[in-house]
Design a protein around this ligand. Structure first.
Ligand code: XMP
Length: 512
């Protein structure tokens, strides 16, 4: 059994990020909703408790809270932002709304740390922390002292070392707080006595057990996209229930060169039931004459559901539908009510007559790089684990305008060349995504002695943290030159290559 730290979730998007930072320190942790009873929390036998941030104010009627006895149980606790205010409020201190122009602080804030507090013992006396709060701690509960201050916030950090209660008004879990991870590390190791006994293999083991428990003797259906998330979910579930996992891979004919064959080859080696459905003709027929980007996406989504549902019906009754949902998808769908970019991957649009007992989402709490680490742990091949993001509607959104078989051939070949050239380069910072797209532009060229009037390929390479914003990559001219020369020579129908030097925003990564 691993040691465990419990993160109590007070809403907002903070709790999972804290959990992730704790996992980075090799300490197992679970996020529990604030409604959990004291008994439920204590039953976990945590070595520490973290009270997360959240959007509420502690003095609002019905504001999220915890049983104050939890803070008196002798377990080390760390309150962060709302969690800090709640700790103060529950222990008899005072929390006030900040006047708009004084104690209210948002963003990067110069902060002074008291090095005698274990959280800051290894840090410089001053650093930048990330503040985001409308309330502040006015008076400290008995036994507490100040451990960090900012210009407007005299109580940015407070602690009662005797009871091992620590609280920070700022967010150590966000990367804008310099040394935030170090503060979390010190809380875990110096205050909670963590041993750092957790690793990704423990996540895999636990999750396989949970899947077995949930599914029992039942069966599971999973739509494979070829991407890393559904691949890792598939392998995890396969380890748990083997042949009772049915995976359907709908090949919509819009994948990159050799991709479907590679997918089929890999999955066929596993012990689950893998089915590849070749539906390229259907998708292509339904895309004929369609030029409007959203209409293209909608048709692809609808065809996908149609093919998937038909194939699922041929399997017969299944008990659970599995999805490779990861934590950023959860945020995205919650925050924006299901942003359109994910519509294709979400098979939640399946007809109601396919009845399931439930949905399995084993990666729901993980971030992308953790999913990759888990994939490596499970022994997935590197080409799947480190696969670049690829849009659900595939090459259709990398062909501007109507999709035809001929255009698919051009973009597929050009893309394979560009990626091959890029993959060979030894760059200090490889772009996070690179591909070729086919513009709808034809232009005049001269090949041999002949005039040509052919298509233009756009090369795209971006560097990004999260794909919400992205910078075009500064790749060497020699690389562009090689890709351009080969594409024009080897891909018939193309006589011009451009490199896209637009960032996101204002452009997007994909073309449609
Ligand atoms: P955009 O074009 O929105 O792309 O700047 C941001 C990132 O998302 C990927 N993308 C998609 N992924 N289904 C997906 O699963 C989609 O429909 C989709 N559209 C864009 C894109 O490749 C980039 O990494």
């Amino acid at each position: 059994m691993n040691q465990i730290v419990v993160v109590i979730d007070f809403g907002g998007q903070y709790a999972q990020l804290i959990a992730r930072k704790i996992r980075e320190c090799h300490v197992y942790c679970e996020v529990l909703p604030w409604e959990s009873s004291r008994e439920e929390i204590l039953k976990k036998d945590p070595i520490g408790i973290v009270l997360s941030g959240g959007p509420s104010s502690v003095y609002e009627a019905g504001a999220p809270t915890v049983d104050p006895a939890l803070l008196k149980a002798g377990i080390p606790a760390l309150g962060i932002c709302y969690g800090c205010q709640l700790m103060v409020h529950l222990l008899g201190g005072g929390v006030m709304p900040a006047a708009a122009d004084t104690a209210r602080e948002y963003g990067r804030t110069k902060t002074r740390y008291d090095g005698t507090c274990p959280l800051f013992s290894q840090l410089p006396a001053e650093g930048i922390s990330w503040m985001s709060h409308g309330d502040y701690v006015k008076t400290l509960p008995e036994g507490f002292r100040v451990t960090a201050t900012t210009e407007h916030c005299p109580n940015a950090g407070i602690a009662d070392p005797v009871r091992k209660l620590y609280a920070l008004q700022f967010h150590p879990e966000v990367r804008h707080t310099e040394d935030g991870q170090e503060m979390i590390r010190r809380f875990l190791f110096d205050i909670c006595g963590a041993a750092g006994d957790w690793a990704m293999e423990d996540f895999a083991r636990r999750s396989i057990c949970q899947i077995r428990e949930t599914v029992g003797e039942g069966s599971v259906l999973l739509a494979l996209s070829g991407g890393v998330d559904s691949a890792v979910a598939a392998v995890l579930i396969e380890r748990a229930i083997g042949k009772r996992l049915h995976c359907i891979y709908v090949d919509h004919g819009l994948m990159r060169k050799h991709e479907s064959e590679e997918i089929e080859t890999y999955y066929s080696t596993l012990s689950m039931d893998f089915r590849r459905v070749d539906a390229g003709d259907l998708f292509l027929a339904d895309l004929m004459g369609v030029t409007e980007p959203e209409e293209k996406r909608k048709r692809i989504g609808a065809d996908f559901v149609k093919v998937f549902a038909k194939e699922a019906a041929s399997i017969g009754a299944v008990d659970y539908l599995a999805q490779g949902t990861i934590y950023p998808d959860v945020i995205e769908s919650g925050a924006s009510g299901g942003h359109v970019i994910k519509s294709h991957h979400n098979v939640g649009g399946l007809p109601k007559e396919i009845g399931f007992r439930g949905v399995l989402e084993p990666l729901r709490v993980l971030f992308k790089d953790e999913v990759r680490a888990l994939g490596r742990e499970l022994g997935l091949p590197e080409r799947i684990v480190s696969r670049q993001p690829f849009p659900g509607p595939g090459l259709a959104v990398r062909i501007v305008g109507e999709v035809t078989g001929e255009k698919l051939r051009m973009v597929r070949e050009a893309d394979a060349i560009f990626r091959e050239v890029m993959d060979r380069q030894d760059m200090t910072r490889k772009p996070d995504q690179y591909f070729a797209a086919l513009t709808n532009m034809r232009s005049v060229g001269v090949m041999g002695d002949e005039r040509s009037y052919l298509y233009t390929v756009a090369l795209r390479a971006v560097c990004t943290e999260d794909f919400m914003t992205a910078d075009f990559a500064r790749i060497p001219y020699e690389v562009l030159e090689e890709a351009s020369r080969r594409i024009v020579n080897e891909v018939s129908g193309v006589n011009r290559v451009m490199y896209d030097i637009t960032s996101k925003p204002p452009a997007t990564v994909e073309y449609e």
